[in-house]
Design a protein around this ligand. Structure first.
Ligand code: R5P
Length: 311
């Protein structure tokens, strides 16, 4: 087996390779003067089971193009099987038509990865599980929840916890985490705008008074959903609020928003390479899931069960 990396998240690719006690495949992924991407693999991959690690995070289009070109290079070099390891699958939120004459970009990206020559895909906490069906090749969707649950137990296990979904769409994810935390109670933040033009009202479904709340979500992007939910929980009597989010997209001024928010702590995984601002924030902590991805890669290569990682 071989592990190759694009440029989007080299520390994560190195950590995965380290777990597997393998060197990263010797390859150059670089730019021509006009920003075209060029890939050159410097070692033989003929007949190999190759895993190419590349999150399609910011800059999403450049990182996606790098992934496609790496897959093409591997295919033309006669790799036996190519697995696109895409810890953060960008464009995932465009998984349906929100209105007439709009695209389903997540499906388009899935088509591009497949057409480039990937044989399998491995991702983490896909925005919607159904995205697996956008690929006509085997797709494994890993969950950060076990790593998060272990961290929560170690740091906050002695408190009266309540798992909270920041929106109605995240209830399944929140329930799964609550189950891992000895069936902790569940609350939901329900955002409503009763009439157009009126400001959004946050209703909390569930009794959060006196509870230490754990907000869980797949993505923190602008930070709006998270920081507003944290404030609403405190306004409703919660004792404290921490957040566990798999993908720290953290665009624009999101880190600043988190730093100034009611959140005690935001824990993100390393599916996306953290910016300097995120690394420097004393409110943000990074929980590595390289071991989880590395173990899934090992099991795919060995053709053993991946799902049993989550039993
Ligand atoms: C939405 O469905 C996602 O699960 C996240 O809640 C959302 O993408 C977060 O975005 P933002 O941080 O910009 O509010």
């Amino acid at each position: 087996m071989k592990i190759m990396a694009g440029n989007s998240n080299l520390p994560l690719a190195r950590a995965i390779a380290g777990y597997l006690e393998l060197p990263l495949t010797d390859a150059a992924v670089r730019r021509f003067a006009d920003e075209e991407i060029f890939v050159e693999i410097h070692e033989n991959v003929r007949g190999e089971d190759v895993f190419i690690v590349q999150s399609t995070s910011y800059p999403a289009n450049d990182n996606l193009m790098e992934l496609l070109i790496c897959i093409d290079a591997l295919k033309r070099a006669s790799a036996r099987r190519i697995t696109a390891v895409v810890p953060y699958f960008g464009y995932a939120r465009q998984d349906r038509k929100p209105g007439p004459r709009t695209p389903i970009s997540a499906k388009l990206v899935a088509n591009l990865i497949t057409e480039a020559g990937a044989d399998r895909v491995l991702s983490v906490d896909l925005h919607a599980g159904q995205i697996q069906g956008f690929f006509d090749i085997p797709t494994d969707n890993l969950y950060a929840a076990p790593a998060m649950a272990a961290d929560i137990q170690a740091r906050y296990g002695d408190q009266e916890l309540m798992v909270v979904s920041p929106d109605v769409g995240g209830v399944v994810r929140a329930r799964a985490l609550a189950k891992r935390l000895d069936n902790a109670p569940l609350a939901i933040v329900d955002k409503r705008r009763d009439r157009p033009g009126e400001s959004e009202v946050m209703n909390i479904i569930g009794e959060v008074k006196g509870r230490h709340c754990i907000l869980i979500d797949d993505i923190v992007d602008s930070g709006g959903t998270l920081c507003n939910a944290a404030q609403a929980l405190l306004d409703n009597g919660a004792k404290s609020v921490v957040a566990y989010i798999t993908h720290g997209v953290l665009s624009g001024a999101a880190v600043q928003k988190v730093n100034n928010s009611a959140l005690k702590e935001l824990v993100i995984s390393d599916t996306i390479l953290a910016t300097d601002a995120a690394k420097e924030s004393d409110r943000i902590r990074i929980l590595s899931i390289a071991t989880l991805i590395g173990e899934a890669v090992r099991r795919i290569a060995d053709e053993s069960s991946v799902s049993s990682l989550f039993d």
